[in-house]
Design a binder for this molecule. Structure first.
Ligand SMILES: Nc1ncnc2c1ncn2[C@@H]1O[C@H](COP(=O)(O)OP(=O)(O)OP(=O)(O)O)[C@@H](O)[C@H]1O
Length: 228
């Protein structure tokens, strides 16, 4: 059986900020059906790499190609305290890509929002203002928004930072479920539990790929599991 083509192909990526290179010579293929964690010390270039993968940062040099749709789960959403947006509203934004110009929620969209709220354990918070949530609850809501998009590529920036064990475990479980339904899940993280649960860990150091490790039972190049 031919190997699946990569969900993301990066070739010789360089990103300069003034005289400083945040990324240098980064060539990387990222695959569906897997959770890939991007690790490395502060300032190594992890967030910059995620932005390049997302298409929100144009590299100084190099090429990027992706297959399918992308959902990005930010570490924090810049929601004003004055904006009366509920948890349900935040999650429903994830369905907009599939709805028509008027973004009128159909039954499928409503069901998808309900399911995501339950999977992230925040169904009881749906009517609460987003700004009234704790950090961990907000992070769950942002992941629920990413999940309802059912994107081919799910990108997450430090989704478990500062969260308690229960929230962290829930977020790791949902990331694994998204990979199991066929998404390429790419997550920047320092969290040892997220690293331990990854199918693949790409380590950056000073803007370069310094390590690339597959978990036991994960087969390169298409990262198909021998057993999940
Ligand atoms: N907008 C910017 N302007 C100038 N320099 C930047 C900018 N964004 C990032 N950098 C620099 O690029 C380098 C990589 O930053 P990046 O945020 O990608 O690192 P990181 O690995 O995500 O770090 P952390 O673990 O601290 O989040 C750092 O030296 C940083 O100071």
């Amino acid at each position: 059986m031919p190997a699946s083509p990569p969900a993301v192909q990066l070739r010789d990526i360089r990103v300069d900020f003034g005289a400083r290179a945040a990324l240098r010579d980064v060539t990387l293929d990222l695959y569906a059906d897997a959770v890939t964690v991007v690790a490395g010390p502060n300032g190594a270039g992890k967030s910059t790499l995620l932005e390049v993968v997302a298409g929100t940062r144009v590299p100084t040099r190099g090429s990027r190609s992706t297959r399918g749709t992308t959902a990005f789960v930010p570490q924090r959403a810049g929601v004003s305290d004055l904006l009366p947006i509920t948890v349900h509203d935040v999650v429903a934004v994830g369905t907009w890509g599939r709805l028509g110009a008027w973004r009128r929620a159909d039954a499928a969209a409503r069901a998808a929002v309900d399911e995501a709220l339950h999977r992230l354990g925040i169904a009881d918070l749906r009517r609460r203002p987003y700004v009234a949530l704790s950090g961990g609850q907000r992070q769950r809501a942002l992941l629920a928004q990413g999940v309802v998009a059912r994107a081919d590529l799910l990108l997450l920036d430090e989704p478990t930072t500062g969260l308690d064990a229960t929230s962290g475990a829930r977020i790791r479980a949902v990331m694994a479920e998204e990979a199991a339904r066929g998404a390429a899940v790419v997550c920047v993280s320092h969290d040892p539990a997220v690293l331990a649960a990854a199918d693949r860990v790409v380590t950056l150091a000073d803007g370069e790929v310094a390590g690339d490790t597959l978990a036991a039972g994960v087969v390169a190049p298409a990262l198909r599991k021998t057993a999940r």
